[in-house]
Ligand binder design. Structure first.
Ligand code: 5CA
Length: 446
């Protein structure tokens, strides 16, 4: 991509309305634009990251055996009357009427609709277990939308739903999602810690929130420091095998949000030097809710014994758009964003220090083509701008590598390669720099 043809409205000034780093940086780096309170347009650079996060979520869920579908954002009120939630949901639900005066709503979540789909398509125990998910926009008319995408009104969620014949099956499905979440967040370059949670309006008796530690998070959390260095399963994980060991490793050490925190237990179980008291951002939540929806909505399957029973369900949410905020809270410095490689909008920023200089332009064009041919996403800053401005833009948007081409080094056949995260710079022969980027791209893709 050529920056001269791109839409990247960056800004030096801190937007007055943004109170925390991720919100400020998402606006300043031209990732999003606020169109109304809690409602954002995704500009090209932000959209690239959103799509990368989404792709990791999808990939890990497929690996765990879940199947993707897509439901509409608008739902009939009558469907929600079946579960009794239409009246219970309150002012967070955006209610709409169409030209025929039919009552609709913009979905804040999809338990009712997925149960309705399942009810009309699946009848037999032979089709179970089944785990269906979508990545779709949601609307919740939050009283206080704030912190940019961290608490929006319109936001992108991955919502998944499992269907099992009995409680044992449902707990297994819950474990599969628990483990898939460990892997997906680690792949995004962040640590999200599962913490026991209240179930709230979704219902049920078992739930975990996955929380990224950040001072700016909305809830206070209490964690055993040992949780920060736990391993996650490799990609050879067998989701159909026994997952107890992984689930135990990640749920036995102390980790709790303020809602369920027990101070006495924390002090009894965790030695003082390992007690972490901080705040956190909830990037996902999983629930086992049994027959809470299946019973009122009559979602029944016939078992091997010929008897019809309500299915046992669970649901599994990931805040896809919120994750961008959480990833930035966890990765930035005073100059801007520092993207983890796996979700960076481009891997390399190619900086032409002397646009219009024939030799420099030629070298940049050749590098640009070469990187693209190797399948590396590269953003080429080919604008006619001062070097200082170009460097500041690159640092602000946080691409993992900057490849800088200027007339002086080029006379010796050299370019400069800078790693954004460490600030480390090396002056290298063009081919050496290219080889290093190719090797890094290869490492990142395995
Ligand atoms: N039906 C279940 C999951 S299938 C559900 O709705 N769960 S939830 O309420 O916990 O939401 C799932 C995830 O969406 C949350 O963990 C959070 O990361 C994200 N989320 C919730 N509300 C917002 C919001 N207002 N802005 C951005 N992300 C949000």
């Amino acid at each position: 991509m050529r920056l001269s043809r791109y839409l990247l409205p960056t800004s030096k000034d801190n937007p007055a309305e943004a109170q925390i780093a991720s919100h400020r940086l998402m606006l300043r780096a031209g990732l999003i634009r606020q169109e109304a309170a809690g409602i954002y347009a995704w500009l090209p650079l932000g959209l690239r990251v959103l799509r990368k996060v989404e792709a990791i979520v999808r990939d890990e869920l497929h690996r765990a055996g879940a199947v993707e579908l897509l439901m509409p954002t608008l739902q009939l009120a009558d469907l929600w009357r079946e579960s009794g939630r239409y009246d219970a949901y309150g002012p967070e639900m955006l209610r709409i009427r169409d030209r025929h005066e039919r009552e609709l709503l913009y979905g804040p979540t999809n338990e009712e609709m997925i149960h309705e789909i399942f009810r009309s398509t699946v009848r037999s125990y032979r089709d179970l277990p089944m785990n269906l998910f979508q990545v779709q926009w949601k609307f919740r008319d939050e009283q206080r939308p704030r912190f940019g995408v961290l608490r929006g009104r319109e936001f992108l969620m991955k919502d998944g739903y499992s269907f099992d014949l009995d409680e044992a099956g449902a707990r297994k499905s819950y474990q599969q999602m628990f483990v898939a979440y460990l892997r997906m967040f680690r792949r995004m370059g962040i640590t999200a810690i599962p913490m026991r949670a209240e179930t709230g309006p979704i219902g049920g008796d078992l739930s975990h929130e996955f929380i990224v530690l950040a001072e700016t998070g909305e809830s206070a959390v209490y964690v055993d420091r040992d949780m920060l260095s736990l391993d996650v399963p490799g990609d050879d994980i067998d989701y159909r095998g026994d997952l107890d060991a992984w689930v135990d490793a990640w749920s036995v050490p102390y980790a709790a949000t303020e809602d369920v925190h027990e101070a006495a237990r924390f002090e009894r179980e965790v030695p003082p030097e390992r007690r972490v008291r901080t705040r956190g951002i909830e990037v996902g939540q999983i629930f086992y809710y049994g027959a809470k929806y299946a019973t009122p909505m009559r979602v029944l399957v016939t078992g091997a014994d010929g008897i019809e029973r309500p299915i046992h369900g669970g649901c599994y949410g990931v805040g896809v758009s919120r994750l961008l905020g959480a990833i930035i809270e966890a990765g930035h410095d005073e100059r801007g964003i520092v993207w983890p490689d796996a979700v960076a909008p481009f891997q390399v920023g190619l900086v032409n220090l002397q646009q219009g200089d024939e030799q420099v332009d030629l070298a940049c064009e050749a590098l640009y083509k070469e990187l693209q041919r190797a399948g590396i996403d590269v953003l080429y800053d080919d604008r006619d701008e001062r070097a200082g401005g170009k460097f500041a833009t690159m640092d602000l948007i946080g691409l993992p590598w900057q490849l800088v081409v200027g007339p002086r080094d080029l006379k010796q056949g050299m370019v400069e390669l800078k790693r954004r995260a460490t600030g480390e710079r090396e002056t290298l022969l063009i081919d050496t720099a290219l080889a290093k980027l190719l090797k890094d791209a290869h490492r990142a893709s395995i």
